[in-house]
Design a protein. Structure first.
Length: 93
């Protein structure tokens, strides 16, 4: 595998992991808006997923190390703050 192919694969796996974080963040904020919502349950589910073997394997394939506490804090951000945090920088696309 060439370096270019390897870099593309790492980006792909990082995108999959980021999509999962985005899903957790969306669900967390939706639960937060509901009168009887349980956003804490989404945060617990996110922590369980991110500390599990699937997420660790994806992170290893992406070449990144998951800081569990920071990832959970990102899940618990408002949608606007989360989008600002994860906005794609076109220079690195």
């Amino acid at each position: 595998m060439t370096d270019i192919q390897a870099a593309r694969c790492r980006k792909l796996f990082a995108a999959v992991l980021l999509a999962q974080l985005d899903e957790f963040n969306g669900r967390y904020n939706k639960q937060k808006r509901l009168a009887r919502g349980k956003p804490e349950a989404v945060a617990v589910e996110a922590r369980r997923y991110l500390s599990g073997s699937s997420a660790r394997y994806l992170a290893a394939l992406a070449g990144i190390d998951i800081d569990l506490d920071r990832a959970i804090k990102a899940v618990m951000l408002s949608r606007d703050e989360y989008k600002r945090l994860t906005i794609k920088d076109e220079r690195h696309a």
